[in-house]
Design a protein around this ligand. Structure first.
Ligand code: SF4
Ligand code: SF4
Length: 428
C-alpha cells in the first residue's frame, strides 16, 4: 500500500442555483488578465446542453486522435512522420468559436420592434464584427440563448440516451453543473505534455502548469477530456485551475467554495492507495470505473491506513482532516457523491451529489415535495431528471449507483423534514 493524500471537492447539485458567483469570483482572482478573456477556470453549465467549450464531452471528436502507449498518451497514427506531423499540428484543439467571442445584445429591437403578437427579444450581436449571426456560443450559452430541442440535440450525453427519454427530458427540466479542473489522480494533461511542464503535486495532488517550462504546444488542451486547460494567447503558455493552492496553503478554502451562494461545495482530504490507481484506470469495462476508483480510496479511520500514511510522510493533521472530511463521508461512507465521466479514465477528484429534485408531479399533487419516503422510493425511477442521463454523466451509463444515491438522498430528505416537524428525533 502506497498512501498518498489528495485535496478533493464534492458539489451538491440539488443546491446550485446557477448564479455564476463562483465563476465570476474565480475570474476576478485568476483570469482577469490580457490573453485570458475567454478563460473560465470555473464555469457553470446548464444541462442538458453542450457545455463549455461546446460539446467538449464528444470524445469521438476531441479524443479520437490519442492512444495510450507505455503509460503515456500519444497521438494515434501510423508512421513516425505522420505522428510527428499530427503532434505539431495538434489538429484537435477547440476553436475560439467552441469557447466564445464577446457579444452584446441588440437592445434596439426591444424599443423599435413593430407592434405584434409576441414580446420581442434582443438577439445577440457580435462585438467583434457587429453581425447578429456571428455569435454562436458563450460560457453558458445553453442558459443564455441555447434554444430548444434542435440545440439540445448537440448535447453529447443526450445523444447516448433512448429517444423516448430524450424527448421527455428536453421538455421537462434542467439543472446546473458547475465545473473546475478535476485534479485527476491519473491526469492525461500531465501524460501528454512534451515539455514536462504539467505536474501533480505530491503533497496534495493539485495539478499545476510550470510556466517556465511550458512551450505552448497545447497538447494538454487537447489531451484533457474535460477541456480544463486553456491557452493564454498573450503569454503563449497553458493555464489552468490551481485549486487556489496559495489559499489552501494558508488554510483558506478555494475562492469558488468560499463565495458559493448555495453553499454546495465541500472541500476535504482523501487518502488513496497510489499503487491501485493504474490498475483501476485500466478496468476493461467502463461501467466498473466508478467502483474501481472507489476501491483506491482508503479509510482514514483504519489504524493501519493511519500508520501507513504517517510512514509515508503525510502529516498527522492531514490524516485527522481526512478522517473528519465531509468529502470522504459523501464519497465513500454514504456513496451519495459520484465522479464526473469516470469513463475518461483520468480518475477525477471533483465529485457530484446528483440532483434529486424536481420530484415527479404525482408526488407534489398532495402539496408536499416528495416527503413521503414510501411514495418517493416507489417513484424513484420516474424522477423528472432521468436516471439514464445522470448515469451517462456520472457512472458511465450504470444506473444502479445513481439510484442508490438518490434513494439515500430521498431517505435523508424525508428524515430531516420529519425531524424539523418534531415528529422524529435527529440522532445527530
Ligand atoms: Fe488535467 Fe484535465 Fe484532469 Fe484537470 S481535468 S487534472 S486539466 S486531465
Ligand atoms: Fe452554483 Fe454556488 Fe456557483 Fe452559484 S456560486 S452557480 S450556487 S456553484
Amino acid at each position: 500500500m502506497r498512501v498518498m493524500a489528495q485535496i478533493a471537492m464534492v458539489m451538491n447539485l440539488d443546491k446550485c442555483i446557477g448564479c455564476h458567483t463562483c465563476s465570476v469570483t474565480c475570474k476576478q482572482t485568476w483570469t482577469n488578465r490580457s490573453g485570458t478573456e475567454y478563460v473560465w477556470f470555473n464555469n457553470v453549465e446548464t444541462r442538458p446542453g453542450q457545455g463549455y467549450p461546446r460539446a467538449y464531452e464528444d470524445q469521438d471528436v476531441w479524443q479520437g486522435g490519442w492512444q495510450r502507449k507505455h503509460g503515456r498518451l500519444v497521438p494515434r497514427s501510423g508512421g513516425r512522420a505522420r505522428r510527428l506531423a499530427r503532434l505539431f499540428a495538434n489538429p484537435r484543439l477547440p476553436t475560439l468559436d467552441a469557447y466564445y467571442q464577446p457579444w452584446t445584445y441588440d437592445y434596439e429591437i426591444l424599443t423599435d420592434a413593430p407592434l405584434g403578437d409576441h414580446v420581442p427579444t434582443a438577439p445577440p450581436r457580435s462585438l467583434t464584427d457587429g453581425r447578429p449571426t456571428a455569435v454562436t456560443g458563450g460560457p453558458n450559452w445553453d442558459d443564455d440563448l441555447g434554444g430548444g430541442p434542435e440545440h439540445l440535440a448537440g448535447d453529447p450525453v443526450l445523444k447516448k440516451m433512448s429517444e423516448r427519454v430524450r424527448l421527455e427530458y428536453e421538455q421537462a427540466f434542467m439543472f446546473y453543473l458547475p465545473r473546475i479542473c478535476e485534479h485527476c489522480l491519473n491526469p492525461s494533461c500531465v501524460a501528454v505534455c512534451p515539455s514536462g511542464a504539467l505536474y501533480k503535486r505530491i503533497e496534495d495532488g493539485v495539478v499545476l502548469v510550470d510556466q517556465d517550462r511550458c512551450r505552448g504546444w497545447r497538447m494538454c488542451v487537447t489531451g484533457c477530456p474535460y477541456k480544463k486547460v486553456y491557452f493564454n494567447h498573450r503569454t503563449g503558455k497553458a493555464e489552468k485551475c490551481t485549486l487556489c493552492y496559495p489559499r489552501l496553503e494558508a488554510g483558506e478554502p478555494t475562492v469558488c467554495s468560499e463565495t458559493c451562494v448555495g453553499r454546495l461545495r465541500y472541500l476535504g482530504v482523501m487518502l488513496y492507495d497510489a499503487d491501485r490507481v493504474g490498475e483501476a484506470a485500466a478496468s476493461p469495462d467502463e461501467r466498473d470505473l466508478y467502483a474501481a476508483q472507489l476501491s483506491c480510496f482508503l479509510d482514514p479511520s483504519d489504524p493501519e491506513v493511519a500508520r501507513a500514511a504517517e510512514a509515508a510522510g503525510i502529516p498527522h493533521d492531514w490524516v485527522t482532516a481526512a478522517r473528519n472530511s465531509p468529502v470522504y463521508a459523501l464519497i465513500s461512507t454514504y456513496r451519495v457523491a459520484l465522479p464526473l465521466h469516470p469513463e475518461y479514465r483520468t480518475m477525477p477528484m471533483v465529485w457530484y451529489v446528483p440532483p434529486l429534485s424536481p420530484v415527479v408531479e404525482s408526488l407534489t399533487a398532495t402539496g408536499h415535495d416528495g416527503e413521503d419516503p414510501a411514495k418517493l422510493f416507489a417513484a424513484i425511477d420516474a424522477l423528472r431528471i432521468p436516471q439514464e442521463y445522470l448515469a451517462h454523466l456520472f457512472t458511465a451509463g450504470d444506473t444502479a449507483p445513481v439510484e442508490a444515491a438518490l434513494c439515500r438522498l430521498a431517505a435523508m430528505r424525508a428524515h430531516m423534514r420529519r425531524a424539523n416537524l418534531g415528529e422524529e428525533q435527529d440522532p445527530a
